[in-house]
Design a protein around this ligand. Structure first.
Ligand SMILES: Nc1ncnc2c1ncn2[C@@H]1O[C@H](COP(=O)(O)OP(=O)(O)OP(=O)(O)O)[C@@H](O)[C@H]1O
Length: 302
């Protein structure tokens, strides 16, 4: 799917929120959209999802799409069961399959007890579960999630994380905005930054995600990742697992793996070249005993 020279403004007198945006969204890719408040992230997502028409340019090759908007209109005159069955049919499922899928998803998100409650009576979090469930009913080629995790309880956030990973593995494109800088950081393929109406593709390095776009314009000469091993604080200093140290040291661009100089029990420091930062973070995130505490750009020798 491609965006070609897409422009969007809301009134003729307004500035362009998006200007001449070119982007290619590949199948089987997870795309994060970043940018400051009001920069145009939601507008870009709506254009990508097809719920907002661009005023200029074109969107080509959009596959069947599901979308979770930033603000879900929860006061609909339906119950979740009826709403999801209806949305399932819109997404191309048979009536029987739509009803079945609706039940499965309500169960999965622990909301089956509210299947027959009027939607306007649902709590914010339960309403958000319905918003997310409607996007997972079919298997969309394009899944667009605008702060879809907001309001969900931790188990539901984890279920949505898994659903996103599964979509990507099965060849779908998933585009998302989320305020959690570490959201799916081990899976993100591309980060698009929205700034001054322009959309630029940036390396998915975690320091951008953690510290925001301004720091990216000044390339760091070193990225310093502080990790904890996740052990109880009263355990005497534990050596970092030798297999992890060996794996990290063998990665190109890893300069040093050592105990943290702050003396934190079970705290370690990994210094890497900025362009391998994302690969190292993926390796660290894959290790269940390791917690990432801090990621920062540094000058070497500091
Ligand atoms: N329907 C609309 N009518 C008029 N202006 C709009 C509309 N939707 C968005 N805008 C304006 O477009 C700009 C971008 O808004 P948008 O919601 O896309 O930003 P955002 O990056 O998603 O912001 P946030 O991080 O705060 O959610 C803002 O100036 C906003 O006021």
């Amino acid at each position: 799917m491609r965006l070609r020279r897409v422009g969007k403004r809301f009134r003729r007198a307004d500035n362009w929120v998006l200007r001449d945006v070119d982007a290619r969204l590949e199948p089987g890719r997870l795309v994060r959209v970043d940018g400051a408040n009001g920069s145009g992230k939601s507008t870009l997502l709506r254009v990508i999802a097809g719920t907002t028409r661009p005023d200029r340019g074109r969107v080509h090759g959009r596959p069947p799409t599901a979308y979770v908007p930033e603000r879900f209109p929860g006061d609909l005159p339906f119950t979740p069961a009826d709403y999801l069955a209806h949305m399932g049919r819109i997404h191309g499922l048979s009536t029987a399959r739509a009803v079945e899928r609706a039940g499965e998803l309500l169960e999965l998100f622990g909301a089956h007890g509210y299947a027959r409650t009027p939607m306007r009576a649902l709590s914010k979090g339960t309403s958000q579960k319905v918003a997310v469930a409607q996007a997972l009913l079919a298997e969309p080629g394009l899944l667009v999630l605008d702060e879809a995790w907001t309001g969900l309880d931790p188990p539901s956030r984890a279920i949505l994380d898994s659903a996103v990973r599964e979509r990507v593995v099965h060849g779908g494109t998933v585009v998302f905005v989320d305020h959690d800088a570490l959201r799916l950081a081990d899976t993100v393929d591309t980060t698009l930054l929205v700034r001054d109406g322009q959309v630029t593709r940036v390396p998915p390095s975690i320091e951008l995600l953690v510290h925001g776009p301004r720091r990216v314009s000044v390339p760091a000469s070193l990225v310093r990742i502080d990790v904890d091993l996740g052990m109880a604080a009263d355990v005497a200093s534990t050596p970092m697992p030798p297999a992890l140290v060996t794996a990290l040291r063998s990665m190109p661009g890893v300069r040093d793996v050592c105990p943290r100089p702050d003396g934190h029990v079970n705290g370690y420091r990994v210094d890497v070249d900025p362009d391998v930062c994302a690969d190292v973070l993926r390796a660290l995130l894959a290790d269940p005993a390791t917690r990432i505490r801090r990621v920062a750009e540094e000058e070497p020798g500091t």
